[in-house]
Write a protein that binds this ligand. Structure first.
Ligand SMILES: C[S@@+](CC[C@H](N)C(=O)[O-])C[C@H]1O[C@@H](n2cnc3c(N)ncnc32)[C@H](O)[C@@H]1O
Length: 257
C-alpha cells in the first residue's frame, strides 16, 4: 500500500471515529491520556520526528506507544480534520470512559479523595483548569451540573487531556453522589477552621451567579476562602485550587513525590 493510500485510509477512519471519540488536541493531551490508561485508536501528526523528539524530552514513558500509534499526514490534511490545529502538530482520538463506571467511582462508599462539583459552570476554560487541578490533587472526580459539556473539546484542551486521570461526568443536583457536601461561598464559615474529609463533595458556584438555590439546599455546610473586604470573589478555578490545597494539607494526599 502506498503512503498516499495510508493517509486516505487514516482520514476516513478518523472521520468515522470522530463521531463518538474524544479529541486529544496536541502532544500534551495525548501524553496524559496515554499515561492514565486511555484507549487511543488514532494518532495523526504533521511531523512525526518532531513529535518523537518532544516525547524523548518530555514523556519518555510513552514514547514507544506514540511511535507505534502515530501516522504522519500533511499539515493541510491535519488542519482539515482538526479545526484549531495545536502548535505541536499532534492530534489523537480517544475512547470516552464508560459513564456507568465513572458514576460508580464517584458514588463509591468510602471515596479516597473529594469529588469537585461545579454548579452550572459557564466557561469552558475554567472547567478545563478545574479538571487539571482535580487530576493533580488526585481528586475522585469532577461533576458538572447544567448545560456545559465537561467533555467538550475546548475543556479537554484546557485540561491537557487529564480527563483520563479523574472521573468526569455531568449530573443534575438531585443525582449527586451521597456524602458530606461543602459548598464554597464567600458568606460561609472560614475554611481554615474546617477539616475537609476525604469523601467530601466540594461544590462551587457558577461564574455568573454563584451557587444555585438547589445546591445550597443540598449543602451540609457553606465555607469561605479568606478574602479581604471589598473584593467580591475569586475566579472559579482559583477557588477550586485553594480548596483542594486546603484538603491536601490535612490529608497529606496526594502522596509526596
Ligand atoms: C466567580 S465566583 C462567583 C461570583 C458570583 N458573581 C457570585 O455571585 O457568587 C465562582 C465561585 O467561586 C467560589 N468562590 C469565589 N470566591 C470565594 C470565596 N472567597 N469563598 C468561597 N468561595 C468562593 C464560589 O463557589 C463561587 O460561587
Amino acid at each position: 500500500m502506498s503512503g498516499a493510500e495510508d493517509v486516505d485510509g487514516a482520514v476516513r477512519r478518523w472521520r468515522v471515529l470522530s463521531e463518538t471519540a474524544v479529541l486529544l488536541d496536541g502532544f500534551h493531551a495525548l501524553k496524559h491520556a496515554l499515561r492514565f490508561g486511555a484507549t487511543v485508536p488514532a494518532v495523526l501528526t504533521s511531523g512525526k520526528d518532531a513529535a518523537l523528539a518532544l516525547a524523548d524530552e518530555l514523556a519518555p514513558d510513552v514514547r514507544d506507544r506514540i511511535a507505534e500509534l502515530a501516522l504522519e499526514v500533511p499539515a493541510e490534511t491535519l488542519r482539515g480534520l482538526v479545526p484549531r490545529a495545536h502548535p505541536t502538530g499532534v492530534a489523537a482520538l480517544a475512547v470516552r470512559p464508560d459513564r456507568e463506571a465513572q458514576l460508580a467511582l464517584l458514588a463509591q462508599e468510602r471515596r479516597p479523595a473529594p469529588a469537585v462539583v461545579l454548579d452550572n459552570p459557564r466557561n469552558l476554560g475554567n472547567a478545563g483548569a478545574v479538571i487539571r487541578l482535580a487530576a493533580g490533587f488526585g481528586a475522585t472526580g469532577v461533576v458538572t451540573t447544567g448545560s456545559l459539556d465537561p467533555w467538550h473539546p475546548t475543556v479537554v484542551r484546557g485540561a491537557a487531556g487529564l480527563h483520563y486521570a479523574t472521573a468526569v461526568e455531568r449530573l443534575q443536583v438531585d443525582e449527586l453522589p451521597a456524602g458530606p457536601l461543602y459548598a464554597l461561598d464567600p458568606e460561609g464559615k472560614d475554611i481554615r477552621s474546617v477539616t475537609l474529609p476525604d469523601d467530601a463533595l466540594l461544590a462551587f458556584g457558577s461564574e455568573r451567579s454563584g451557587l444555585s438555590a438547589e445546591l445550597r439546599e443540598r449543602a451540609d455546610e457553606l465555607i469561605a476562602l479568606p478574602m479581604r473586604p471589598q473584593v467580591s470573589s475569586y475566579n472559579l478555578a482559583t477557588s477550586v485550587g485553594m480548596t483542594l490545597f486546603h484538603w491536601s494539607t490535612a490529608s497529606g494526599r496526594p502522596a509526596a513525590m
